[in-house]
Design a protein. Structure first.
Ligand code: KG4
Ligand code: ZN
Length: 364
């Protein structure tokens, strides 16, 4: 079957056409119009501007998705759309557009949980994970560990108690002079820092050299220079606190500024990344000990982080389980992942009513 999927929960207007057949999914098109250049001027997403930009872009993006896929409106079997969580004004643009399209074509539409969408990004793989498995969803708004029990259900087994991992990267990155969203630039700067701390001559794009330098990092002098608290919470819960880590980083940077001390930005980015990634690795390791044998999916915008990808791959290797990490194009917000989640919701018999509303919260 053919599904048109729409995503507009934050700062990307996205549309995709996907084909689903049993457990095999194909991305026929996946168009993303990013608003980040606009929001960058303000150092973060401005909700009102996001809603207007979605309204302006959504028709064009959808037309492009259909044209690229070579699929006409008449061939579609259903429309899938993110209806929660996210910015309410932004979500409503996508929801109303998808509803109108479905009603005008006389086809059903399904509402999709944005986080289920991120998890479903893993289903495009040639050997995709099959429930039950563990999913670690890390994005600008979420940092959660889930026990995925079926293609449509999940139980949260750990989560951040405050900031999300991506949000903390963006805020600390801003203080290091990196543009919003800081994630990708932070990733590169940290790679330089790991190499320098290990006194290794290699390009920051040399994944193996950087991973080796990452492993050596705790023994280097640089690691002691910027001590930061782990985001992994103590106790039995598999929870995180990125606010604690972020605040400690912000205080350290401010104190250095007041004392007129120069910060080594690359080494600082490395120390921050190391602490953040090790905290996540620790909780995933504990989650795997409680759910032995389950495979893992690492998803969401922060799943693009090269250090996190390498470190969690090592954790899973040691535990003898497979890790599924989508390609970079499926980590950040996109329409295809919403189509994949919508496809499974459709198969499970879900059909949204015409009075369905959007919700900013994690539950509808
Ligand atoms: O999933 P996403 O596109 O949007 C939300 O649902 O929030 O995630 C965006 C987040 C931003 O905070 C961005 O800085 C972060 O993902 N990000 C990264 C990297 N690429 C994007 N964080 C760390 N390393 C990266 N390479
Ligand atoms: Zn997202």
């Amino acid at each position: 079957m053919l599904i048109l999927a729409i995503e507009s929960s934050c700062d990307e207007t996205a549309a995709a056409v996907i084909r689903g057949e049993g457990n095999s999914l194909e991305r026929l098109s996946d168009i993303v119009a990013s608003q980040v250049a606009t929001h960058r001027l303000y150092g973060g997403v401005v909700p009102e501007i996001a809603s207007r930009a979605h309204a302006e872009a959504i028709s064009g993006v959808t037309e492009q998705a259909l044209a690229t896929a070579g699929v006409s409106l008449a061939e579609l079997d259903a429309v899938a759309v993110t209806d929660h969580p996210g910015l309410i004004g932004a979500l409503l643009v996508g929801l109303n557009f998808a509803k109108s399209l479905a009603v005008s074509r006389g086809i059903p539409y399904v509402g999709v949980d944005h986080i289920n969408g991120h998890i479903a990004a893993a289903y495009f793989e040639e050997t995709p994970p099959a429930p039950p498995f563990l999913a670690l969803a890390v994005s600008g708004g979420h940092t959660s560990l889930f026990h995925v029990t079926s293609y449509t259900d999940k139980t949260e087994i750990g989560a951040t108690r405050d900031d999300a991992m991506g949000e903390a990267f963006d805020k600390v990155g801003r203080l290091l002079g990196l543009d919003y969203p800081a994630g990708a630039a932070f990733d590169r700067l940290a790679a330089e820092g790991f190499l320098r701390a290990a006194e290794k001559e290699a390009a920051p794009t040399d994944r193996e050299a950087v991973a080796e330098a990452y492993r050596a990092f705790p023994k280097t002098a640089a690691a002691k220079r910027y001590p930061l608290p782990s985001p992994a919470q103590a106790g039995d819960a598999l929870d995180f606190s990125f606010s604690g880590l972020k605040t400690a980083a912000v205080n350290l940077l401010h104190r250095a500024e007041q004392l007129g001390e120069e910060i080594d930005r690359a080494l600082f980015a490395a120390a921050y990344t190391y602490t953040a990634v090790e905290g996540v690795a620790k909780q995933l390791d504990r989650a795997l000990a409680r759910h032995p044998g389950l495979e893992v999916a690492l998803v969401g915008g922060v799943a693009a982080n090269s250090h996190l990808r390498a470190r969690l791959t090592a954790v899973c290797e040691r535990q003898g389980v497979r890790i599924h990490i989508p390609p970079l194009s499926l980590c950040g917000d996109n329409g295809a992942m919403i189509g994949a989640a919508g496809y499974y919701a459709y198969l499970a018999g879900e059909r949204a009513a015409s009075d369905r509303n959007a919700s900013a919260a994690d539950t509808l």
